[in-house]
Every structure is written in C-alpha cells, then in structure tokens.
Ligand binder design. Structure first.
Ligand code: PLP
Length: 273
C-alpha cells in the first residue's frame, strides 16, 4: 500500500511521522474522507473546499490544494481498488509537548482503504451526550474525534451502526459520521448547520437534489417521524429501520427510497458534482 507523505508516495509500512506530531499528541488536525469509485474520487472539489475551511477555522496554514489533489490522484493510481475511501489528514505538524504549535509546519498524509457498499437500511441509537453548537471546533472536520468514537461504540453495543446527538438546546443535530434527515407528512427535513452539525457534502447534495428543508427539529421528532435516513460519504443515502426501541418497518420507506434513487442517478452521472 502506497500513501502520500512529505510531498511524495511512500510505502505505508516504512512511512514515518514524528511521535510529537500535534495530530497525535493533541488532536490538532483536520481530515476528509472521500469516496473513490474505480479509482476516481467523488466530489473531490467540495472536499478540498471543506478542508480549506477547516484549516482556516483551526488557524492552520492553508493547505496547498493542488498538492492535495495530486496526492489523491497519485494514491488512487498506486492502489487500484473498486470502492475505496481516501483519507486526507492535515495536522499542525511536529511541535512541543504542549498545546502551542511548533515551527515545523503541517503534516499532509493521504491514505486509501477499501470500502464496501452499505445496506439499504440500518439501526441507530440516540446518545445522552450533546454536540456543542457554539464551540471553537463546531462545523470543522477535525481529528478530535474521540467523542464520536465513544458514541459509536455505544451504538455498536446496542446492535446499531450509528449514534445520533442532540445539541445543547435539545435539537436534533447529527450522527458520529453522518447527517440525519426525517420525513414528516411527506416532506423531508434536516437540521440546519446552525444546529452544530457538520456541513456534510452528501447532505448538501441531498438537499439540492431532493428539495429537503433545513428545519430546527427537537430530538423527539425521531419518535414520530414517518421515515428517517442518514447521509454520508460512505453511506450515501441510507434508510433507518430502528431508532432506539422504535421500529420503522419497511425502511427504507417510499420517500427515502426515492431520495436514494435520485442520489444514485445524479451522483453516478458526475463524480465531481
Ligand atoms: N457529520 C460528521 C460528524 C461526519 O464526520 C461526517 C462525515 O464523516 C458527516 C456528518 C457526513 O459528511 P459527508 O457527507 O461530507 O461525508
């Protein structure tokens, strides 16, 4: 497996980053996960835009987006696979053992893993912890992901594949690695970015392609929604057949199934929409 590090391709087994890299010691970094279909990245321009936004938000030096694009193409060419997940990681770089950044500049790492097509529907749970809709990291795709790791582990314990958070004022927000949509009286709604959720790329495409509305929603909307679905780079559009103890028989329901179809048709036509 070849990865991109320090400006070029390297063997994964021998590639090295400093043990004092701030991505490792303090979670000072940002990332993107990009789907790759037969070696071609999906929506790469949107991912690069978000990477640049996350870097600005974290006060990291602006990433060289031409290099990141070149790195993605090089890693994909070097590791042929049918369905892959490119992982772009960009950290504060090698620095002192504290929270101040050092002078050694950022680390850019691009790696590739295999991915699989997700089932059409899945189970989710809600967790008692909240997303902060007004934090310094809100809306940034940072490598400070441990809260998501804990919540996902809680979901797995309950036979679910995703955990959903409310924000600090009790509104439905997002999953550990996905955005959430609900269907009420035939209309699709998703929490606005102001709820504290990540501006998901799949979310944006789904809103554009289905006409979903951005609506403040209480967490308990999950107890009465006719349908619930998730969006993310690796799930695309995925129905939900259980929320906590509530079954949603027949998921994906008709509105979700239509959203899945629209997404598949539109996304299939354009790998960089
Ligand atoms: N929310 C969080 C916290 C995420 O980590 C992700 C993706 O990993 C998403 C939402 C979905 O975003 P995207 O559609 O860009 O993959």
């Amino acid at each position: 497996m070849k990865i991109w590090l320090d400006g070029g391709l390297q063997d994964m087994e021998s590639a090295r980053v400093s043990v004092f890299d701030h991505g490792l010691t303090v979670g000072d970094g940002i990332f993107e996960t990009v789907k790759a279909v037969e070696g071609r990245p999906f929506a790469l321009t949107r991912h690069l835009d978000r990477l640049a936004r996350s870097a600005r938000g974290l006060g990291l030096p602006a990433p060289d987006l031409d290099e990141v694009r070149r790195a993605c193409v090089a890693v994909l060419d070097a590791n042929p696979m049918q369905l892959g997940r490119l992982r772009i990681t960009y950290t504060g770089g090698y620095g002192p053992l504290g929270s101040d950044r050092g002078e050694h500049g950022p680390t850019l790492l691009v790696a590739l893993g295999e991915s699989t097509r997700r089932p059409d529907s899945t189970a989710v749970v809600t967790v008692p912890w909240t997303r902060n809709e007004r934090g310094a990291l809100t809306g940034l795709k940072t490598t400070s992901y441990a809260e998501n790791v804990v919540a996902l582990a809680r979901a797995r314990e309950q036979g679910a594949s995703e955990a959903l958070f409310a924000n600090t004022i009790g509104q439905l927000c997002e999953g550990t690695g996905s955005n959430v949509f609900v269907v009420l009286d035939g209309e699709i709604h998703t929490p606005p970015v102001a709820s504290g959720c990540l501006a998901g790329i799949t979310r944006a495409l789904a809103v554009e392609w289905t006409g979903a509305r951005e609506t403040d929603l209480p967490l308990d909307v999950l107890e009465r929604a006719d349908e619930v679905f998730l969006t993310s780079t690796l799930r695309d559009v995925q129905g939900v057949h259980r929320v906590d103890g509530r079954q949603l028989p027949g998921a994906p329901g008709p509105v979700t199934a239509k959203a899945m179809r629209v997404f598949e048709e539109r996304a299939g036509n354009d790998l960089d929409p």
